[in-house]
Each structure stands twice: as C-alpha cells, then as structure tokens.
Design a protein around this ligand. Structure first.
Ligand SMILES: *[C@@H]1O[C@H](CO)[C@@H](O)[C@H](O)[C@H]1NC(C)=O
Ligand SMILES: *[C@@H]1O[C@H](CO)[C@@H](O)[C@H](O)[C@H]1NC(C)=O
Length: 494
C-alpha cells in the first residue's frame, strides 16, 4: 500500500485515539498496606550505598527517559549520596539537542526545575552499552570499553539501587546501542554479584514496556534482591507530561517530559521521610498512581519480584535521606498529594511506544505550512510509520510461513502459563532475533514489542538456522507491500 500523508494521519489519529483514552474519575479508594507499618528508623550505615542509573534510549522523541534518569540522580544527591557512588548511563543528546527549547536544561515535570546540572557523564553516547553496564555492575574495570571507568566497587555490607528507564519488550530492555539487554544476561550478572558477595541487598526499579517479563520466572527469592517493574509481562508502560495530555508540559515542549511509573516513585520519594517510608509503602503508592488510580486506563500494572521479605525496610538505605522531610510522618497516600499537585483533574498519559509519535506529530502540527521544518517532520512521520508497518507485517509473515496461515498468528502471540519465563532457551532467542535482523534490518525500539513472537518460535522447537530463509522471504514481501524501499537499520528517534 502506498502511504499518502492523509493515510499517515489516519493511522496517526487512530493511535492518538487509542492512547488518549481518557482516564476515568478516580474512585477515591486508597489501598493501605495491610501488614505492619513502618519500623523505627534504624542506623543503616554499616555499609555504603551505590546506585546505577540507566537511560536506555536516545533521540529527542525519547527526552523523557534521560529526564527520568537525571531526576533520579538529583534525588540521590539530595539524599546525600556521593558522585563516586552513582554511575550514570545516558546518551546525553537531549540537553543540547537542536529541538530543546531550553538549551542546557532538562525538565522532568511541567513545573519542575532543571535536573541536568551536575549529572556525572560516566557512560554517554556510544559508551552506553550492555557490555559496560554489566561490567559496571560486576565492578569489572577490565571489561569496560570507554566511559569514565567508574564501577560499582561495593562490598558485602553495601546496598545497591538500580534504576532503568526506556523502551523494552518481552525479555529485553532497550539500549541506545546494539545489542539490547536480555533478561537472562541481567539475571546472570545478579547471580554472579551475589556469589561474589558484592552487596548485602539490592533494589531494582525498571520502567519499560513488558518489564514484568524481565523478572517473571527468572528472579529467585534468595538473592537479596527486591525488584519492581512499571508493567506486567504483556503490556506497555506509559509516558507522562506529554503535549496535548494532562498534565501537559509548557507549550514550547513537543515531547513527553517523564514516564508514569518513574515520576511516581521519584515524586513520592521527594515528599517523604525516607527514614520512615518503606519499600512496601512506596510500592503501594507507585502501584496506585501508575495504574491511573486503579482504573488501568492509560496506566499499567506495577509488579514486584524477588525477596519480598525486604519490603519492611526503609528506603533511606537505598535512596539516602533528605533532612528537609524530617517532619513528614507519612507515607503520603495519593488523594491529598495528587489533589495538591494536579488540582484534582484526571490524568492522561500515552503508552511508551506511541510517545515518540506524539513528538513527531506535534512537530509537524506546529511548523509552518511550506516550511522545511514541516517537510522534515512529515518525512520523519512517514518513515516511522512505514517502518512500523513493515516490521509488523514481516513478523506476521514469518509466523505464517513457519506455522501456517491459521496457526502462525496464534503461535506467535501465545503466552506461557503464569510464572513461567518468556523462554527457557535464551541463546535460541538471541540467534533467532539476529537471523531475522540479518534479513530484515534492526527491529529497533518499536520492533522490541515482537520479542515474544521470536521466543515462541524457539519454544516451538524451530532452529534459528531456519529463520534466515523464512525472514528473507517475508521481508522481501512486506518491504514491497508497505512501500518501504529502504530497510531502515537504525531507530528513528535519533
Ligand atoms: C567514550 O569513552 C571514551 C573514554 O573515556 C571517551 O574518550 C569518549 O569521548 C566517549 N565517547 C562518547 C561518545 O562519550
Ligand atoms: C521539624 O520540626 C522541628 C520541631 O518543630 C523544627 O525545629 C524543625 O525545624 C522542623 N524541620 C524542618 C525541616 O522543617
């Protein structure tokens, strides 16, 4: 099908319609934790705190992920953590991006302050790699390639906090460089760290689509790791503070400033006394806000994994302590908090995968008829949407070629019973994706949504060697069918 501008807008409007599903009125119920409340604050200074912050994307359309990570840095700093103990991964192409209306500044809230100042540039640009991230976690300086050389140099009494924000897909977290981070490699690294006794306890917060799949059936209870994810294994996570939604950024911004789960934990952290607030308290608060107050309209299911016995612990062990909140007796539950913050109006967000469409749409919409900027934005929109169609079509065709016209789609979309990981054969999954990409070009950010399809092809016993021929055939057809003449090799948000 040839893509006309009108066609594009029709598709875009459909996506906008889908993502703009208005949040229902919050029912006013506040779910309180049922178990015992906060313990008395206890001295926790028997070890050091460490943090690893990762923004997995690049490109102005993904502004929000780096904004999240910069904000997290400011929180840890305010909590008293030293730069030596905070390792930051971010592409660093936002603050001085030509589309940024406030050069040198990054915001993570419509009324927020700059969060960019002072952020250590440990691993930026091409140095933001899976290899470096895993090396940093393992404290393994020898394996690093580029970057500041800072690693988590921790011992058996230390507490580690890991926070990641980006696009993802079933079993995978995006990186701004190839390859992406597969769940099994992250989990293997955690197990090595546990064996090497490089921490006492660890907390991991992950914002990404299908992020529940990173830990489901994979994170053991006995590693002293407590993790929460923005979404379950089958749904998107959500961008927030997006143009045209509520709450919206200032007029000059045509990109989302934050992600819902991420700002939920950070904005909560900023108003709480972290010597009193527990992991459990924060989980409840973040879960409620990220679900759009239990409506799940433009919201997702925050899940928890790992060692749930850690939940009564206070957050200051991981995030530090800001004395300005010493008199908060808290945990501050949502009703009052949101009423102050949002004036009681319902929130609207956009799913992670369509958030960059909003950016391109607004750029198109705002630029003058006949201008270069408008032509540029239109071209970007056409490319991004035709690539999406091309990828969707190709994966669908691969399924039909492998399993038949009827069984193809159902096999690719099958979900294993609850509690099981995406696959038991991660090597197969990786080879399967590589074989596909060799014929069809990179899956890119959007294409990560199809990881479950590739996993299911492995689960059905198909050998990766069989993928190459099938993918070549499928992609030739869908490249023709979607009018994509060039197979794109990189993401479109850069
Ligand atoms: C990557 O790290 C090296 C070594 O620190 C540095 O010289 C280089 O500028 C970094 N590259 C980017 C893109 O930041
Ligand atoms: C907390 O309350 C005490 C006693 O009223 C007061 O002296 C102190 O300044 C307050 N701290 C903050 C940060 O407001």
């Amino acid at each position: 099908m040839a893509l006309s501008v009108e066609g594009i807008f029709l598709i875009l409007l459909c996506s906008l319609g889908a993502m703009a599903v208005a949040a229902r009125e919050w029912d006013g119920k506040i779910v309180m934790p049922t178990e015992e409340g906060s313990k008395d604050p206890q001295p926790t200074e028997d070890g050091q705190r460490w943090a690893v912050l990762v923004a997995g994307s690049s490109g102005y359309g993904n502004y929000r992920h780096q904004a999240d990570v910069c904000h997290a840095y400011q929180i840890l700093k305010k909590g008293g953590m030293k730069d030596e103990n905070i390792v930051v991964f971010m592409f660093d192409d936002i603050a001085h991006n030509r589309h940024n209306p406030r050069p040198g500044v990054i915001l993570n809230h419509p009324n927020g302050e700059d969060v960019y100042h002072g952020v250590p540039k440990d691993y930026t640009g091409k140095n933001v790699t899976v290899n470096n991230l895993l090396a940093v976690l393992l404290g393994d300086k020898k394996t690093l390639k580029g970057g500041s050389g800072k690693v988590v140099n921790s011992g058996p009494n230390d507490h580690i906090f890991i926070y990641y924000s980006d696009h993802g897909g079933p079993g995978v977290l995006g990186m701004p460089t190839n390859p992406n981070l597969y769940a099994d490699d992250l989990l293997k690294t955690f197990k090595k760290m546990h064996e090497a006794k490089t921490y006492k306890e660890m907390v991991v917060y992950i914002e990404a689509c299908e992020s529940g799949s990173i830990f489901q059936g994979l994170l053991p209870k006995d590693l002293n790791i407590y993790a929460t994810t923005a979404a379950n294994a089958e749904e998107s996570s959500w961008g927030t503070y997006c143009p045209g939604m509520f709450p919206a950024p200032l007029e000059e911004f045509d990109t989302c400033l934050g992600d819902l789960y991420s700002v939920a934990w950070m904005e909560d952290t900023e108003v709480e006394n972290l010597k009193k607030e527990t992991l459990r308290d924060q989980y409840m608060i973040v879960k409620s806000r990220t679900s759009n107050h239990n409506t799940y309209k433009s919201g997702s299911h925050v899940l928890e994994f790992g060692d749930l016995k850690m939940k009564p612990e206070e957050l200051d062990q991981y995030l530090g302590y800001d004395p300005a909140n010493e008199n908060v007796t808290g945990p501050i539950f949502l009703r009052e908090y949101l009423a102050i913050r949002l004036g009681g109006v319902e929130e609207r967000h956009i799913n992670q995968r369509d958030a960059d469409l909003v950016h391109y749409w607004h750029r198109y919409h705002k630029s003058k008829v006949g201008s270069t900027a408008k032509a540029e934005a239109e071209l970007d929109l056409m490319r991004i949407l035709s690539h999406r169609m091309y990828i969707d079509k190709s994966v669908d065709l691969v399924g039909r070629l492998l399993f038949g016209v009827e069984a193809g789609p159902t096999t690719l979309s099958a979900v294993r019973p609850d509690g099981l990981p995406l696959t038991d054969d991660w090597a197969c999954l990786k080879s399967m994706v590589s074989a596909f990409e060799l014929s069809c070009g990179e899956l890119s950010e959007y294409g990560m949504k199809h990881m479950r399809a590739f996993a299911n092809i492995c689960n059905a016993g198909v050998e990766p060697s069989k993928m190459s021929g099938v993918a070549a055939e499928a992609c030739a057809v869908s490249a023709f069918g979607s009018g994509t003449l060039q197979i794109p090799t990189t993401g479109f948000s850069a």
